[in-house]
Design a protein around this ligand. Structure first.
Ligand code: NI
Length: 177
């Protein structure tokens, strides 16, 4: 089922999400399916459960080609529960981000350049990966949603925050979310 995505200003996006204690349940599989359906419908690169009003530590991300981020490398389709992120370098990189909860906008956001993420998939299998670049950025963005953090809160220079249609006129306006 496709859900509506909460937008910035909704207090439900500012909560700390609860850990998931039971894996491989019908309810959990339905939630994962709904998140993928909603993300694909919105043409997103990732989606966190709190964005559809479900206050659980569950994020999904991944894509081959994404028209919202035409230059981004492929990120494997991933379901990540109860994630823990550990930076693996002191290096911070800035790059442009958008968010389905902040439609029509992009901002330049500093993120760790390299990190390890650990957690579980929906079946309870452990996940542990070391990643960098856009993959690392997507994970940090999605996991921020589990702590009530939206990317505009991380922008250090607000002159680098604006409307997608102005900043990136080459992008398809249909993806202007
Ligand atoms: Ni987001």
């Amino acid at each position: 089922m496709i859900h509506s995505i909460l937008k910035m200003g909704d207090a439900r996006l500012l909560r700390k999400a609860e850990p998931i204690t039971q894996f491989d349940t019908p309810q959990l599989h339905e939630l994962v399916a709904d998140l993928f359906e909603t993300m694909q419908y919105a043409n997103g690169a990732g989606l966190a459960a709190p964005q559809i009003g479900v206050n659980l530590q569950l994020v999904i991300f991944g894509f081959k080609n994404n028209s919202r981020y035409p230059d981004a490398p492929t990120v494997p389709e991933t379901v990540l529960l109860n994630p823990v992120l550990t930076p693996l370098a002191d290096t911070i990189e800035e790059a442009w981000e958008g968010c389905l909860s902040v439609p029509g906008m992009r901002g330049l956001v500093p993120r760790w350049s390299k990190l390890r993420y650990e957690g579980f998939d929906q079946f309870g299998n452990p996940i542990c990966r070391e990643v960098d670049g856009f993959h690392a950025r997507v994970v940090q963005h999605e996991c921020d949603h589990l702590n009530g953090v939206l990317y505009p809160m991380r922008i250090t220079d607000l002159s680098q925050f604006g409307f997608t249609e102005v900043l990136f006129p080459e992008l398809d306006p249909a993806d202007d979310d």
